[in-house]
Design a protein around this ligand. Structure first.
Ligand code: ASP
Length: 358
């Protein structure tokens, strides 16, 4: 029997996957604060795996030799985007419901108060670089779909198939389990003995079922830049745009304050303007850690009257202009982490879980 797999199951089954280290209940607030103590220059990413480390190390090379935050952020984001093993960002990202990889990315430069973004961009491995060009070489902020692709082509980006074999197989498996009333999957007369497992169990090595990366940096001159880049929610409707390319939702940078980025269920992040909210909270004197937690709290507070049991999966990271960091996730059992590179070296910093029991 095929299992009917609902979107609701999807969110519950995947919540917390890939969030790194296990819950470490003994970690006191003061220890978390100590680890987050800042210095500049600094570069951080929400990616905490080896690729995340490589990304911030490459960005760090630029920062330590006096390069700009914008250059460091782009370099780091590109490294994550071109990793074919990463199914959440750029090349190798999981496709939409039609099997097409559609990428979203945004860029913001705190020094010039400029922003650029692309949404539903197909066939280009490094959407963050296209977003940077929208920011620097147009008077617009957001290009979408065919227009974004035309713009990328004009700038000489190479068109490539972004759907890796691995991502395609995952998509096909998802499609086969979507419904009992279509003809995808093994022949009906074999289905009882086939006893198919759920599709996520077929691919236990997949790190995330949804995800994104945020890269934020401060250079030697105190200028701040940020980028959020993603293949978006896997198997999304064709043409769906998430929070990542929406300035103020998936990313916000203010040179006078700091920067913030979001991953997770983008629909909530858009409605709450979460990254902008986090930066505003930091401006009011909250630490990056407190500001990330405030944003999660704000989202659940708004759902309370509609559905008090609803805790959508979001993770926020932030830095303030002093290089202090924050990271918090809504729920799950694994402590969220972020990769940080500054003069003290590389570290993976633990954040907090607002609702560990959910
Ligand atoms: N925020 C992304 C989106 O909604 C997905 C994710 O981060 O998991 O497109």
């Amino acid at each position: 029997m095929k299992k009917h797999f609902t979107r609701r199951d999807f969110f519950f089954k995947t919540a917390g996957i890939g969030t790194g280290a296990f819950l470490f209940p003994g970690l006191s607030t003061s220890l978390i604060q100590e680890r987050q103590r800042g210095s500049i220059p600094v570069i951080v990413t929400s990616h905490f795996n080896e690729t995340g480390k490589n990304a911030v190390e490459a960005g760090w090379e630029i920062l330590q030799s006096g390069g700009s935050a914008v250059d460091a952020v782009e370099k780091a984001a590109n490294i994550i985007e071109i990793d074919p093993e990463d199914n959440t960002v750029g090349y190798g990202g999981l496709p939409n419901e039609k099997g097409v990889v559609q990428l979203d990315a945004s860029f913001m430069d705190g020094k010039t108060y400029s922003a650029g973004a692309v949404a539903c961009l197909e066939n280009i491995k490094t959407p963050s670089s296209v977003a940077r060009l929208v920011m620097e070489r147009t008077d617009h902020v957001l290009l979408t779909g065919e227009g974004a692709l035309e713009f990328a082509r004009a700038w000489g980006f190479k068109e490539e198939n972004l759907l890796t074999d691995k991502a395609r197989k995952i998509w096909l498996r998802w499609k086969e389990e979507l419904s009992q009333s279509d003809d995808w999957g093994v022949p009906e007369h074999l289905q009882d003995i086939e006893k198919k497992e759920s599709y996520w169990r077929d691919f236990p090595d997949i790190e995330h079922w949804y995800g994104t990366t945020n890269v934020l940096a401060i250079d030697r001159n105190g200028n701040i830049a940020g980028c959020t880049t993603t293949s978006g929610l896997s198997f999304k409707l064709n043409g769906r745009v998430g929070d990542s390319p929406i300035i103020g939702a998936g990313l916000y940078v203010d040179n006078e304050v700091g920067a913030a980025g979001a991953t997770g269920r983008g629909e909530d992040v858009i409605k709450s303007c979460a990254s902008y909210f986090i930066v505003l909270r930091m401006k009011e004197g909250r630490t990056p850690q407190q500001a990330c937690e405030d944003a999660l709290q704000m989202i659940t507070d708004r759902y309370k009257k509609v559905n008090p049991g609803f805790f959508p999966s979001e993770k926020f990271i932030a830095i303030n202009k002093f290089g202090e960091t924050g990271c918090a996730t809504m729920k799950g059992s694994r402590i969220p982490q972020m990769s940080v590179r500054n003069t003290k070296g590389f570290s993976r910093i633990d954040g907090t879980i607002l609702y560990p029991g959910k």
